[in-house]
Design a binder for this molecule. Structure first.
Ligand SMILES: Cc1cc2nc3c(=O)[nH]c(=O)nc-3n(C[C@H](O)[C@H](O)[C@H](O)COP(=O)(O)O)c2cc1C
Length: 155
């Protein structure tokens, strides 16, 4: 099973979550997991070839990052043009925020991914940046479990 983790991160918090989620996903037998931070080159068609994708972003000024927004827009056009289909493919959402931005992942990013045609897992994983900066060890297990549980749910 091919799983992709595609995320954005400016100060590294969401990156730590992405790494732990990928580690958890890899713990499931047969899961091949690729992690891509926006800005790294990769062909969009890799998303179409994946069985499932986990999308992650920090909250920036009441939205996902400009990078993630641009990526979603490009992906939307790519799908609309018929170059790739995601109909029925599974997805999950995660991300980090500083103050009140959990809704950005729970509503905005989730909505963007659903709009593309993905079947998005109900549970969204959000974490405050403070927890990640000052006590990441305490929370890593939760992120690994999120990745592992997601893979189990689609197996
Ligand atoms: C430019 C900027 C804007 C931000 N805007 C918000 C916001 O609107 N709401 C919020 O809860 N946190 C906001 N934050 C805090 C980040 O979401 C938080 O620190 C997050 O963990 C950063 O993730 P990263 O380390 O992966 O970049 C903002 C941070 C930055 C740098």
């Amino acid at each position: 099973m091919k799983i992709m983790v595609v995320y954005d991160s400016r100060t590294g918090n969401t990156g730590k979550m992405a790494a732990a989620i990928a580690e958890g996903a890899r713990s499931s037998a047969g899961a091949e997991v690729e992690v891509k931070k926006l800005g790294e080159p990769f062909p969009l068609r890799a998303l179409g070839e994946a069985d499932a994708v986990l999308f992650g972003s920090p909250s920036h000024y009441g939205n996902v990052t400009d990078g993630m927004r641009g990526f979603m827009s490009n992906l939307g056009e790519y799908v609309k043009s018929g170059k790739m289909s995601v109909k029925g493919s599974r997805a999950a959402i995660f991300g980090s925020y500083g103050w009140d931005g959990a809704w950005v992942m729970e509503e905005k990013l989730k909505g963007m991914v659903q709009e593309l045609g993905y079947e998005v897992q109900e549970k969204v994983l959000v974490e405050t940046g403070t927890n990640i900066q000052y006590s990441a060890d305490k929370h890593t297990e939760k992120w690994k479990n999120f990745g592992a549980d997601f893979v189990k749910s689609i197996a």
